[in-house]
Design a protein around this ligand. Structure first.
Ligand code: SF4
Length: 367
């Protein structure tokens, strides 16, 4: 079934009338289910399941050990450019914000690559704002050619591309795509994406699948938590991830759980997603999608990140800057958002080791 039809089946479920009928027994059944269904997943996101976080944590811990052992992959983002033609209400890079714009040239990219790889990291995630003019596919290809001298794995978080463009990037060495739908609810999506090509909801929604068809190794999807009711957004993220896993079993599907962070030009009327809500989403995701990667970024405080190790998280960013050229340049630009956990790669490694976990810097290679 095509993605849009598949999502359509679930998007109009009245979640709260379903939640109102749930009993504690339903939650317990969903937690212990050997093969949870999408409806079990919804049950695990319910208000009543919020009283079972301890039981969910135990189950999530067991599933994590069975599928990933005691390991967490570390990576860092590298911002190549903050030029953007979109007007997203939640991001400081948006086109009408009067911030200093910058795009790294190839020498600057190489300098950043040297700085980052000296920390031992082998996985990198490159980011740009959405500007086909300033950062066309050719620019990204050139950047990848530079970066692959230093990194074994290169993921991109850029504007949605066409299938043949993903294929070109994969051919030069890109192995992962991160693209957040931001909001699965179309009405809210339309409201927060005020202007620019990002208004095209379906073109963005279908981007991970286009990359899967182009034979990418891994895709990472997610909703920006805080833009809409988190239960609805977490549910549709899980539905999307499940669709991709079933249709493209050869692709490593991951889910990120980013919460909105303070940024330049921030407005304050966001849906609150408390720590315990984030934990519930992560545990429900781990139980529903045992093999999926789960990323918790430095948007979260270090105490919370530390407590999530062992409960489902498989990837964590470290030594993060959300400024263009922020790893090596002394010339400051605006950050995309403020980070919370400012620990270095060495400190993150130490934290994982102290918990008996192995920090992974490289888990596969191009041959
Ligand atoms: S979220 Fe992305 S597309 Fe939107 S303004 Fe920020 S950089 Fe541009």
């Amino acid at each position: 079934m095509e993605l849009l039809n598949y999502m359509e089946k679930y998007k109009n479920i009245d979640l709260y009338s379903y939640f109102s009928q749930l009993t504690k027994e339903d939650v317990k059944r969903a937690i212990s289910s050997r093969k949870p269904s999408i409806i079990d997943y919804l049950t695990l996101l319910s208000p009543i399941a919020g009283d079972f976080l301890e039981e969910m944590a135990q189950r999530a811990h067991t599933i994590s050990l069975q599928n990933f052992g005691k390991s967490v992959l570390l990576y860092t983002p590298l911002y190549l450019s903050n030029y953007c033609v979109n007007l997203c209400s939640y991001c400081s890079f948006h086109s009408r914000n009067k911030i200093k714009r910058k795009k790294l040239n190839m020498d600057e990219i190489e300098t950043e690559a040297k700085e980052i790889s000296a920390l031992g990291l082998k996985h990198i995630l490159i980011l740009t704002g959405e500007s086909r003019k300033e950062t066309p596919v050719e620019y990204i290809i050139e950047a990848v050619e530079v970066l692959k001298k230093y990194f074994d794995s290169i993921s991109i978080e850029v504007y949605p591309l066409k299938e043949d463009e993903y294929a070109r990037l994969i051919e030069v060495g890109v192995d992962g795509l991160t693209i957040y739908q931001e909001v699965y609810d179309e009405k809210v999506y339309n409201k927060v994406h005020i202007a620019g090509p990002k208004k095209e909801y379906s073109f963005r929604l279908e981007a991970p699948e286009r990359a899967c068809r182009a034979k990418i190794r891994g895709v990472n999807i997610g909703a920006l938590l805080g833009l809409n009711d988190w239960r609805k957004e977490a549910f549709m993220t899980g539905v999307h991830a499940d669709y991709l896993q079933n249709k493209y079993p050869e692709v490593e599907v991951s889910v990120s759980l980013p919460r909105i962070r303070p940024h330049v030009g921030m407005v304050s009327n966001y849906d609150v997603v408390e720590d315990k809500n984030l934990v519930q989403i992560m545990l429900a995701t781990r139980i529903f999608l045992p093999r999926a990667g789960i990323t918790i970024s430095t948007r979260e405080r270090k105490e919370l990140r530390d407590n999530l190790v062992g409960l489902g998280v498989t990837k964590m960013s470290a030594g993060v800057s959300t400024e263009v050229g922020g790893h090596s340049s002394t010339e400051k630009t605006e950050s995309q958002f403020d980070i919370s956990d400012t620990r270095t790669v060495a400190e993150m490694k130490q934290m994982l080791l102290s918990k008996g976990y192995q920090p992974i810097l490289k888990d596969w290679m191009h041959i």
